[in-house]
Ligand binder design. Sequence first.
Ligand code: SF4
Length: 413
Amino acid sequence: MTGQHGMASGEGGLSAPHEACGLSPRGYLGQDEKAPVVQGWCPGALRPMMSGDGLVVRVRPRLGRLRADQARGIAQLAAVYGNGLIDLSARANVQMRGVTEAGHAALIAGLRALDLVDETVAQETRRNIIVQPFAVEGDETLRIAADLAARLAQADAPELPGKFGFAVDAGPVRVLEGTACDIRIERHDDALWVRPDGTRLGVRVGADEAAAAAVDLARWFLEMGGVRDGRGRMAALMARQGVVLPFAATGLPDAPAVPAPAPGPCAGGWLVAFEFGQMQAETLATLADLGDLRVTPWRMLLVEGAGQAPALPGVITNPADPMLRVVACTGAPGCVQARAATRPLARALAPHLDRPLHVSGCAKGCAHPTAADLTLTATSGGFALIRGGTAADAPLSLHSEAALIARPSLLTE
Ligand code: SF4
């Protein structure tokens, strides 16, 4: 879901109080309301994150793929050591929720037996690679991604900040343009390029050089002071003045927006979606009975080799399903930072929408960090409505959940 209207300065500039609601841009947080805590890192398996419903344990499938036995194993572990809920993340990862601290060690042992965890936290943190999910055997995408993973596992690999990541998109059609990452290996026409996020400047590479060039670029990011207070993203570094790339860069053409794929048949199998990208453990196990799975950054799974839509409860196979128009984070009570529940409201509004809606439990906007057509951000005073912006942007107005459900047209009128 991408914002199609851009940031609407006419809907509340960045410095003046908003005309419609009289609030300053961040005033909607409320006078006694604290800004959300920014952790600056993503949960892993070895380094889980505590949430309102227990530990969130995130698994990074190697090359974005889960063999059927691995998927069944995750489902079983999630049911035994977690609350049985499994999320798909925008980084093409799988996470188990509600894991108890007492059960974490046994869960890790189970994941290790399935070859789903790294040796160390440092290796796990660095292996932040999104792989184009439609790649086929023998495809350069898989070869390059494997090379990159091996290089990032080496002891002398650069120590990158928690959210720093790579995208390998070397197939004939780029599909990861809209997916957040820091260093991209991608194909333009017939050539491979390595490109830092935040610029259209890149360097042409051979397939055997691509992973090494990406790691070199990550080292350069560190040398250039891309990390401050333990955090840093490539696009922020590229936005600084006077940054000169470490290679003779070539300008790449502007890329047309690539919409996220919809559920349905695709190269290699069948894409299936889930309400809010979340499923029950038994759903994952049943899907694994149909084939190996690939995890996508669109919070969908690709069932390898499937020739028809799996008819399973909790699986969205209709590309027109209204629930595909809404994105909502965990919200209350699962997230301790949430000002309100998000998903009941998103579910209620979905059938009335003619454009995408992001419902966020606080101004952090975890489920959709970039601008959305419509955003509702929970605050202590109600839901702040933002058009064409992020969850932290200036709101147009404030509404109660009841008012929005009674009159969904408030979103657009
Ligand atoms: S955006 Fe949602 S999930 Fe993220 S911190 Fe806020 S309430 Fe929690």
